[in-house]
Design a protein around this ligand. Structure first.
Ligand code: ARG
Length: 589
C-alpha cells in the first residue's frame, strides 16, 4: 500500500474516474460521485455509472462489472479496498482494516492531521478579510447579533486552522442615521450625558433613540431636523463630534464585555466613520467611470442587466450630501484591497441584507474593472433569523429584542444549575468555570449546528441538554475520553501502536474518524459550520457506543493499546472540532 490518502472520498472520486477512463474505455464525460455509504454496505458508494450508461445506451450493471475488474487489477487500489457491484449499477467500496489502521496511524495525531488538512484544502496563505459581528453603536447587542458573532468567529477559526491569513475586521455602524436621531433627541430633552452614571448611559440612549425614532417616523419636521444633525456631525461640528465620540466609547465597552465572554477577538475595529474621508474618492471614481448617476445631489447606481436593480437604485450618497451604509461599504472594499491586500472578503450578516450586498458586489465589479484594480473574491455569507416559539424574530415579553448579555448570562446560570444536579461533588469554583464553558458553548453550538441560511427556533433547554446534538453532549464525550486517558496514566498514543479495528464498534468508529477531512472539506466549501457539527455529533455518538460496549482496560495488552489509541484519536478530533467552533473542550464536567 502506497501513501495513505488523507481524504478517502475525494481520492476515490479521482481514482475511480481515472481508472474507468484509462483502463476501462469510459469516456471523459464519466464523472463518478462518491458518497459515504450506509455502513452495512461498505464505507463508500460510487455513483454516476447509471446516468453514464443511460447516456450511452449501455447496461449500467455491466459497466459497473467492468469497472470493478479494472479496479481490482490496480494494485494501488485493491491493496486498500474491496469492491462489489450493487443495485442497478453502483459500486460499494469497503476499506481493508490495514488501510483503516494505516490512515489512523498517519493522521490520528492532532499535528499530523492539521498538516495534512492544510496541504489538502488549498486555502493556505490566502489573504481573507472577514467582516463579522459589526453591531451599530449607541445600542447594546441583542439576539440579532448572535449569529454574525458566532458564525464569523467559527469561520475565522476554520480558515486559519487551514492556513489562510485571516484579518478579522469589526465594521461597526458608527456613522449612520441613528446619530442624527440621537443627537436631536439629546438636544430636545436637554440631556447632559456627563451627568448620567456610566452604567445607565446605554439604556438611556436606547430609550432616547426609541422616542426619537418614533417622532421621526411621525413628523417630517423631526425627520428634517435629525437629518440636519447628521449633516452637522458628518461635517465635523466639534460639539457633536465630542458627543458622538463619548457614545461610541460607551458602546465599545459594552461590546467588549460580550466579546470577552464569548472569547472572540478582532484584528481591526474600523467603523464606518473610519472611511469618512475616503467616500469622496468613491463618488468621484464612480462618476468618472459613468457607473453612478447624480440626481439632485444624490448619487445612485443602477444595474441595467439586472431585472430588479435596473430600477431599484443603489443609493451611495444622499441628496443632503451625507454618506450612507453603501458609501462607506464601497470605501471599505477599496481599503481592504489597497491597504490590506485582500484576495477575498467575506461578509457575515443577516439574510435581509442580501440586496445590499448583491448591489455592492455588482457595483464594485464594474468600478474595479473600469479602474483596473484587482478584484477580490466577494462573498456574502448570510444567515437566517433566530425565532421565538411563535416563529417570529425572538422578542422579550415587552416586545424588545433580547439582549445578548442577558442571553449569555442566563445560559451560564442555567448550565450551573444543571451541573449542580448532575455532579453535586464538583467544587463550586470549578463548577463556575465549567458552567461558563458549557453555557457559552451551548449557545454557540445551538446556533452553529443549524443550517446557516435557515431560521431556527431558540430553545435554551434544548441547547443545554446533555443528550442530542448539543455542545454539552460533545463536551461530555471529550471529558469522558480524557478521563480514560487519565486512567491510562496520561500515556499518549505510542507510535507504532497497531490500530486496525477488530470489532464492529471499533470499525464503525474508525470509519467515522477517517471522514473528518471529508467533513472539513464540506464545511469549507460553502462555509457551512453545521456540516462540521453533524460530523462531530455522529463521531460522539459512535464513540459512546464504542465506549459502552468495549472494555478498554483489563483485556490483553494489544487490545487495550488499540482501544486506547482509538479513544485518543477520537478525543483529538472532537477537541479539534470543538475548538474550530469556538467551544471549549473540557477535562471534566
Ligand atoms: N452594522 C451592520 C448591521 O448592524 C452590519 C455591517 C456588516 N458589514 C458591512 N461591511 N456592511 O446590520
Amino acid at each position: 500500500m502506497g501513501e495513505v490518502p488523507f481524504n478517502f472520498l475525494s481520492h476515490l472520486e479521482r481514482e475511480t474516474g481515472r481508472i474507468a477512463r484509462e483502463c476501462c474505455g469510459f469516456g471523459v464525460d464519466f464523472q463518478p460521485i462518491v458518497r459515504v455509504a450506509d455502513m452495512r454496505f461498505g464505507d463508500f458508494q460510487v455513483n454516476g455509472i447509471l446516468p453514464y450508461g443511460k447516456r450511452h445506451g449501455a447496461d449500467p450493471r455491466q459497466l459497473a462489472g467492468q469497472l470493478l475488474v479494472a479496479l481490482e487489477g490496480e494494485s494501488n487500489f485493491s491493496s486498500f479496498a474491496e469492491v462489489e457491484v450493487s443495485g442497478a449499477g453502483f459500486l460499494n467500496i469497503t476499506l481493508r482494516v490495514a488501510a483503516l489502521g494505516g490512515w489512523l496511524a498517519a493522521y490520528g495525531g492532532a499535528e499530523d492531521f492539521r498538516r495534512a488538512a492544510i496541504a489538502a484544502m488549498a486555502v493556505a496563505g490566502r489573504r481573507v478579510v472577514l467582516d463579522y459581528s459589526c453591531p451599530n453603536s449607541a445600542k447594546q447587542m441583542h439576539v440579532g447579533h448572535l449569529r454574525s458573532l458566532v458564525i464569523g468567529d467559527c469561520l475565522y477559526r476554520l480558515l486559519s486552522f487551514l492556513g489562510a491569513k485571516v484579518i478579522r475586521d469589526n465594521h461597526i455602524g458608527d456613522w449612520g442615521t441613528q446619530f442624527g436621531i440621537l443627537l436631536r433627541q439629546l438636544r430636545l430633552e436637554g440631556v447632559r450625558l456627563s451627568a448620567v452614571p456610566q452604567e445607565e448611559t446605554l439604556d438611556l440612549l436606547e430609550s432616547l433613540y426609541r422616542r426619537g425614532n418614533a417622532e421621526v417616523d411621525r413628523s417630517p419636521e423631526a425627520l428634517a431636523e435629525a437629518r440636519r444633525e447628521l449633516v452637522a456631525l458628518q461635517g465635523g461640528d466639534p460639539e457633536r463630534l465630542a458627543l458622538w465620540k463619548k457614545i461610541n466609547e460607551l458602546s465599545y465597552a459594552s461590546f467588549q464585555k460580550i466579546y470577552d465572554l464569548a472569547d472572540v477577538q478582532f484584528d481591526l475595529v474600523l467603523g464606518e466613520s473610519f472611511y469618512r474621508n475616503s467616500v469622496a474618492r468613491v463618488y468621484d471614481e464612480l462618476l468618472d467611470c459613468s457607473i453612478a448617476q447624480e440626481d439632485d445631489g444624490a448619487l445612485a447606481v443602477f444595474h441595467g442587466e439586472h431585472k430588479r436593480f435596473r430600477e431599484q437604485p443603489f443609493l451611495v450618497r444622499k441628496s443632503d450630501g451625507t454618506s450612507n451604509y453603501a458609501a462607506t461599504d464601497l470605501a471599505t472594499v477599496l481599503y481592504r484591497m489597497e491597504t490590506l491586500g485582500a484576495e477575498e472578503i467575506l461578509y457575515v450578516t443577516d439574510g435581509r441584507q442580501r440586496d445590499h450586498f448583491e448591489q455592492l458586489f455588482l457595483t464594485v465589479k464594474k468600478w474595479f474593472a473600469a479602474k483596473n484594480y484587482p478584484l477580490p473574491t466577494l462573498r456574502h455569507l448570510w444567515f437566517g433569523t433566530v425565532c421565538g416559539d411563535d416563529g417570529k424574530a425572538i422578542k422579550t415579553r415587552s416586545g424588545e429584542p433580547v439582549r445578548l448579555q442577558e442571553l449569555f448570562d442566563s445560559a451560564i446560570g442555567r448550565a450551573g444549575e444543571i451541573l449542580r444536579g448532575k455532579n453535586p461533588n464538583l467544587p463550586a469554583d470549578e463548577r463556575t468555570v465549567i458552567a461558563r464553558a458549557v453555557g457559552v458553548g451551548a449557545l454557540k453550538y445551538g446556533d452553529l449546528s443549524q443550517n446557516r441560511t435557515s431560521d431556527y427556533v431558540f430553545s435554551l433547554e434544548k441547547m443545554l441538554s446533555f443528550d442530542g446534538n448539543t455542545a454539552p453532549y460533545l463536551q461530555y464525550a471529550v471529558a469522558r475520553g480524557r478521563a480514560v486517558r487519565r486512567r491510562a496514566d496520561g500515556e499518549a498514543l505510542r507510535p507504532g501502536t497497531k490500530l486496525e479495528p477488530a470489532t464492529t464498534e471499533e470499525r464503525v468508529l474508525a470509519h467515522r474518524l477517517l471522514l473528518f477531512p471529508v467533513a472539513l472539506a464540506m464545511a469549507l466549501e460553502d462555509l457551512h459550520p453545521h456540516l462540521l457539527c453533524s460530523y462531530l455529533y455522529d463521531l460522539a455518538c459512535e464513540f459512546s457506543s464504542f465506549y459502552d460496549s468495549s472494555r478498554i482496560f483489563g483485556d490483553e495488552k494489544e487490545v487495550a493499546e488499540r482501544r486506547l489509541g482509538l479513544c485518543e484519536i477520537t478525543v483529538n478530533f472532537l477537541a479539534t472540532g470543538l475548538q474550530l467552533l469556538g467551544i471549549e473542550p473540557l477535562d471534566r464536567m
